[in-house]
Design a protein around this ligand. Sequence first.
Ligand code: NI
Length: 284
Amino acid sequence: MKSAQVIAAAVALSLLLLAGCRTVPVDGQGAVEGDAAEQAQAVGPADLPVVRVAPSRPAPAAPLEHQYREVPVNGAYVALTFDDGPSARQTPRLLDILEARGIRATFFVVGQRAAAHPTILRRMAAEGHEIANHTWNHGRLPDLSHDAVRRQIHMTNEVIRAAVGEVPVLMRPPYGKTTPHLNRWLSEDQGLTVILWSVDSQDWKYRDPERVQREIVARTKPGAIILAHDIHPTTVAAMPATLDKLTAAGFQFVTVSELIALGRVQQLSSAHGEPVGAFIQPGE
Ligand code: NI
């Protein structure tokens, strides 16, 4: 079974479990919304593997957290994230590298840059990457008024919606600066889950591809959310070796929303004593 199919199956299952209609970009087809049958159809080919959790059993979905630094998952799944772009020069180079390897990532875009490069956002969406909110001009949110925070979020959401037709479901506060109060407002009022990171490439500090690659490869564990920036040429230059080493080590790359969905499936299945690994084994 191809790993993409396995991921698609797990994500399809988790979508079935999600209450309400939060939108999650899946497989480059844009957001999936609507009833369960449409969701299952939209995320993969007709020959999806059989999911081993009985759908007839009533069960609450594992709750969505307000904030994630990493996601406990069963399997060597990780999410690669790139902040502060898009960059007219660097982001297309990075997209070429990802495309050549069939790897999907999550881009936390700065609204005013996204406004200048809608075609790059459209390419990201078309190639199955997830686009998320990194504020309008990289403001330090706890220092801003409530109205200013609201503008940072809404203007960026609007630029993303105008470019790709969907509003993001994830946001990353610049510098990782947030508060529990802000997280609750973003999640419950704005439908945005706050995503921090568990692996810091420190690529803003070390403008050296070899060093960036070593920082990432040494720290990455299953469930990791990896932070890098698609505005530095050195970061893009680090990616071929970084991606190839992580792939050789058995890691599989998913978007952040997919990683969260895999984690929620695992939580739910663990609660019912199901060996969830039966359908999300890496390398199968
Ligand atoms: Ni940033």
